[in-house]
Design a protein around this ligand. Structure first.
Ligand SMILES: CSCC[C@H](NC=O)C(=O)O
Length: 87
């Protein structure tokens, strides 16, 4: 998933986008593209505020649309070593 996200110059990719039917998300919003974040079975436990921007989607590359988003969220997930973390 990381390989695909980096190859497509994305900032995030969900497993279902590459036909893996599991709750896994990879993200890298670092400037140098060297800080991958892997969330397995993520659960949003809190969200705050409302915002949104026009976004693209690697699965529908020809389209862009405004997507409503929270300003911040709290998420708990497992990492690659099965350790739970919250951010
Ligand atoms: C803003 S959410 C990320 C959207 C897109 N990733 C998956 O489709 C990407 O451009 O990386």
């Amino acid at each position: 998933m990381l390989e695909t996200m980096y190859a497509e110059e994305g900032i995030g990719l969900a497993a279902v986008q590459v036909n893996i039917l599991q709750r896994i998300v990879v993200i890298d919003v670092s400037g140098k593209r060297n800080e991958p974040l892997i969330l397995i079975n993520p659960v949003l436990t809190n969200k705050f505020g409302a915002t949104g921007i026009e976004e693209g989607c690697l699965s529908v590359p020809e389209s862009r649309a405004f997507v409503p988003r929270a300003e911040s969220v709290t998420v708990t997930a497992l990492d690659r070593d099965n350790n739970e973390f919250t951010l």
